[in-house]
Write a protein that binds this ligand. Structure first.
Ligand code: ZN
Ligand code: ZN
Ligand code: ZN
Length: 328
């Protein structure tokens, strides 16, 4: 199995204290640095939530050495584990010749290239899910390889940028339905309170207020969020840090048109007439990664984590979009 680049990149580890008050927060950075240097040199150290330390090693050998450590300094008991998400990278490949293979069988074939998960992207066309030749690969590598051997094919690996996390109810970005505080389910087409899947009112984006559906990919709020996702996966930094960087690059954030307190009208007392738009239903590329963020174990909520959470709205989001489009 040939990978472009080397498979011995940096690894991210989490150091947890096992005795005392369990937190590293009050432990002197001088002590930590000296004790770490005594084990191995050139480790990048930073503090993360829960009183843990994040360690970035130079390579796998160094990581393996650290994973065996149970003590820091003379007597501090510690445990060092692999970070659950920062060592994973996500890429896409095109390979039309894989239609006879299940995702699981395909993954087994790519195991030696450090592929831990394969997921085929399906297209939603004519109300049917049809497989495409595009796959999302999860690599257990500190970097994304440029190319990978798939049998006798050499496939180029592109960075996978997840779609922004979007709430199935209020349709805003950055949270899931489960964590929605807006409490109102909104219509993806007209932007008013949800009134069934047969909306024929003129399109008005619930987020930016312009005349497109909430799922339109040209929406400036969507594009801003997508760019934030791109920075997050390229730089491999926390979502909080990513948002900060994005605002340094583009200080003017696109704004949501209104607060939810302003949403008081229901679809019943609206005077608008149904739109006569005649655009045709389109095919939509879908996969279980729609609004997907690689999952992270519940115990790890540190700020350096690459991930937020797995949204539960993937299939429904696409279905809603399709319904809306079909109704035009
Ligand atoms: Zn919400
Ligand atoms: Zn509506
Ligand atoms: Zn919009």
């Amino acid at each position: 199995m040939r990978l472009e680049g080397n498979d011995n990149g940096p690894r991210f580890l989490v150091l947890e204290r096992q005795n005392g008050d369990k937190s590293m927060d009050k432990v002197s950075p001088f002590f930590i640095k000296k004790a770490m240097d005594a084990i191995t040199l050139n480790i990048e150290i930073s503090r993360i939530q829960n009183g843990c330390l994040l360690l970035k090693t130079v390579d796998r050998q160094q990581a393996n050495k650290l994973l065996k450590q149970t003590r820091l300094g003379e007597s501090m008991q510690i445990e060092i584990t692999e970070h659950p998400t920062l060592n994973l990278t996500y890429g896409t490949i095109y390979c039309w010749d894989m239609t006879r293979l299940t995702d699981e069988a395909f993954q087994k074939e790519l195991k030696d290239a450090h592929v831990v998960k394969v997921e085929r992207i399906n297209k939603f066309k004519d109300m049917k899910e049809t497989p495409t030749g595009k796959f999302i690969l999860t690599f257990d590598l500190g970097y994304l390889p440029n190319a990978i051997d798939v049998g006798f094919y050499r496939c180029r690996v592109e960075l996978y940028v997840p779609n922004p996390l979007r709430c199935k109810d209020c349709l805003r970005f950055g949270h899931t339905k489960k964590h929605c505080r807006n409490r109102n389910r909104m219509c993806a087409r007209c932007g008013e309170l949800f009134h069934g899947n047969n909306c024929s009112f003129p399109e008005k984006c619930v987020n930016c207020g312009k005349s497109h559906s909430a799922f339109d990919r040209s929406c400036e709020l969507y594009m801003d969020e997508k760019e934030i996702q791109r920075i997050r996966v390229t730089e491999r930094i926390s979502i909080k840090e990513t948002r900060k960087r994005r605002r340094q690059q583009v200080p003017q954030a696109p704004v949501y048109t209104r607060s939810y307190a302003q949403v008081t009208r229901t679809s019943d007392n609206r005077n608008g007439s149904p739109s006569q738009s005649s655009s045709q239903p389109q095919s939509i590329e879908m996969n279980r990664h729609q609004d997907y963020h690689p999952s992270v174990s519940p115990s790890s909520n540190d700020t350096n984590s690459l991930t937020t959470e797995l949204s539960d709205n993937s299939a429904n989001t696409t279905t809603t979009t399709t319904t809306t489009m079909t109704m035009r």
